[in-house]
Design a protein around this ligand. Structure first.
Ligand SMILES: C[S@@+](CC[C@H](N)C(=O)[O-])C[C@H]1O[C@@H](n2cnc3c(N)ncnc32)[C@H](O)[C@@H]1O
Length: 270
């Protein structure tokens, strides 16, 4: 942990390989290569508790693509703040929105050193747009909101689409975090999120969350009412807070509610 006697070369990211990390567990389950044995072990324990976790994670990525696409195409958002980005997984959010509006600017935020180590793959902006990465803990929102990368990338007088996808289940006081974030957003901005619940498959998902928590990644499950409360003061976009597979699904969608353990919702800052 201590870098006190580090040599003159830049310190490598401090990757803790002794404890599972959500970004790496997620990467393993989605078929990526950036994980350690401790993450693989945790992933298998989670899948044993709830075998549909892999399906739900894939649906979560698809939901991110639909929400980001809607923000760019329908809501006209051109600035995106993506909090809890995770390891790069194509298509990343900037690829989704820049395909619709190449001038879009995207700032990514994560606090995991392994995500930082792979951030270059997130910084491949279209020539007309821009991407930036902030290595910060959202537990301290001022650090993100005051970061030079954010101020240099965004016009803070214009709407910002804040996406918090599959991240708030790792935050105990999500209400305060969201309140602090939305308080500084200009009118016409959006808050979009997916977050975990046990409402849809109570026993399995509760056991899975207990397993994750026991392995050092506390997971906070929320009821629909608790997720709706995160949008207090915002105007809900149709269809409101719904199981994420039902957030503006593709016409050929065949998923069912027990395939997912997350709600999705989008709210507009009045
Ligand atoms: C399950 S991944 C979700 C990745 C991506 N948003 C997606 O849905 O595909 C959760 C991410 O949130 C990040 N995260 C968790 N707590 C955080 C915090 N307090 N500040 C910043 N990032 C955090 C983790 O490092 C991880 O990369």
């Amino acid at each position: 942990m201590d870098n006190g006697d580090a040599p003159a070369t830049p310190a490598p990211p401090k990757i803790d390989t002794g404890k599972a990390h959500s970004a790496r567990v997620y990467n393993y389950i989605l078929g990526g290569k950036d994980h350690y044995p401790v993450d693989v072990e945790a992933a298998h324990a989670l899948l044993e508790a709830w075998p549909k976790l892999a399906t739900s994670m894939r649906i979560n990525r698809a939901t991110m693509r639909r929400i980001a696409g809607w923000l760019a195409a329908e809501a006209g958002v051109r600035q995106f703040l993506d909090i809890g980005t995770g390891l790069p997984a194509a298509p990343n959010l900037h690829e989704v929105v820049q395909e619709i509006a190449p001038e879009s600017r995207v700032v990514y935020v994560d606090n995991d050193p392994i995500v930082l180590a792979h951030a270059r793959a997130l910084l491949t902006s279209s020539p007309e747009g821009r991407t930036a990465y902030i290595d910060a803990d959202m537990g301290v929102p001022e650090k993100v909101l005051g970061a030079p990368e954010l101020r240099e990338t965004f016009d803070l007088s214009q709407p910002i689409g804040v996406t918090v996808i599959a991240m708030l289940q790792f935050v105990e006081d999500a209400r305060s975090l969201v309140r602090e974030l939305t308080a500084v957003l200009p009118s016409g901005s959006y808050l979009a999120l997916t977050t975990a619940t046990a409402d849809l498959t109570p026993d399995e998902v509760t056991t899975m969350a207990e397993e994750y928590t026991r392995r050092g990644v506390p997971m906070y499950l929320r009821t629909r009412a608790e997720v709706e409360e995160l949008f207090t003061g915002l105007e809900m976009v149709d269809p409101g807070v719904v199981p994420m597979n039902r957030w503006r699904p593709e016409p050929d969608d065949t998923t069912s509610d027990d395939d997912v353990n997350m709600y999705a919702g989008v709210g507009r800052v009045p």
